[in-house]
Design a protein around this ligand. Structure first.
Ligand code: 5GP
Ligand code: MN
Ligand code: MN
Length: 314
């Protein structure tokens, strides 16, 4: 669903706009938040950017990231909201407290499991990242793309495609990336900072997590555990093992909840597994949170995967 006309009309008539994205934001969530902020400002409309969670250090170095506030820092209430990179309203967490009564929500996203929670929905599940949709919107709006806007758009493309390697990367993605490079994006510096550089604490948990890898379901599934929130990319070590189709990372969120990250190579649509457990995502990358102990969460996910593989073999 791509309701550009309504989205554009609402944007152009708004007196002020709130931009929100998902909790525990990644490069696409923050890149998209900053890109919309930049685009709305260039149309001369006041804009407020919020996220429920602190921004991870590497992403916080993107230009303009210091403008993103916690909802508790904002006193106004907003009638027009643009939500980016969020598959359902629960993903934006406590940002909802800033909504006026009966707000108009423009939902711009690329998750296959998006539930069209917006008043207006601009959802394109074959877009590699939400920033890809925003680039198209900027062109449609004839906004001239500054180096700063190009940088945050490129950051979202780079991180959601794992450096243009994941199956979501299309020729359209690469053409946009090429256009952004022509606008002066420092691609090597961004890739080095966002994808290559790891902190010493990440290295420590990498050592601990790799020691927990288990292989199950006749070598088709591998899983590992992590105790840290900053575990971006760890799940790929499980998925990347030869012969494995699905990699899973389990992390205790609190005493009673386990965060689950799923990645697949090609056989299993993990968005459906995550959706059936109250989460969502994409066919090749999805997530959810399960109530229970670590052992219970592992058991539930392995059973779901077992059934899914049986479906594939039939
Ligand atoms: P990750 O495993 O990196 O947390 O997330 C992988 C993908 O699944 C991302 O696209 C993310 O937005 C989505 N995802 C992760 N957790 C959840 C969740 O609890 N609910 C929904 N709807 N999507 C999730
Ligand atoms: Mn995201
Ligand atoms: Mn995304």
């Amino acid at each position: 669903m791509l309701d550009w006309t309504s989205a554009t009309k609402t944007l152009q008539n708004a007196s002020q706009i709130l931009v929100v994205s998902h909790v525990n934001p990644d490069g696409d969530a923050i890149g998209s938040t900053l890109a919309v902020g930049n685009m709305v400002e260039s149309l001369g409309i006041p804009v407020t950017l919020v996220n429920e969670s602190p921004i991870p250090d590497k992403i916080a170095s993107l230009p303009g990231a210091e403008k993103i506030q916690f909802p508790s820092q904002v006193s106004e209430r907003f009638a027009v909201i643009i939500a980016v990179d969020a598959a359902d309203i629960s993903r934006i967490g406590n940002c909802q407290q800033l909504f006026a009564d009966n707000p108009t929500i423009i939902n711009i996203d690329h998750h296959a499991t998006n539930d069209y929670f917006g008043t207006i929905n601009v959802v394109k599940s074959d877009a590699a990242a939400t920033v890809e949709i925003l680039y198209d919107w900027a062109e449609y709006l004839k906004i001239s793309i500054s180096k700063q806007l190009a940088t945050v758009l490129y950051a979202g493309l780079l991180t959601d495609t794992g450096g243009f390697r994941y199956s979501n990367t299309t020729s359209h993605t690469l053409r946009i990336a090429a256009n952004l490079l022509d606008l002066g994006v420092a691609s090597y510096e961004l890739a080095d900072r966002l994808l290559e550089t790891i902190s010493t604490s990440y290295l420590e948990q990498l050592k601990d997590s790799l020691a927990t890898i288990q292989i199950d379901l006749d070598g088709k599934v591998a899983y590992l555990t992590s105790m840290e929130e900053d575990n971006e990319g760890l799940v790929n070590f499980a998925r990347n093992i030869e012969g494995v189709d699905v990699g899973v990372l389990f992390r205790p969120k609190d005493e009673h909840h386990i965060k689950v990250s799923l990645r697949s190579r090609q056989l299993i649509d993990v968005s459906q597994i995550a959706l059936s457990l109250g989460g969502g995502g994409h066919a090749r990358a999805a997530g959810c949170t399960i109530e229970g102990t670590m052992d219970e969460a592992i058991e539930v996910v392995i059973q779901k995967l077992k059934a899914a593989f049986e479906g594939v073999n039939e």
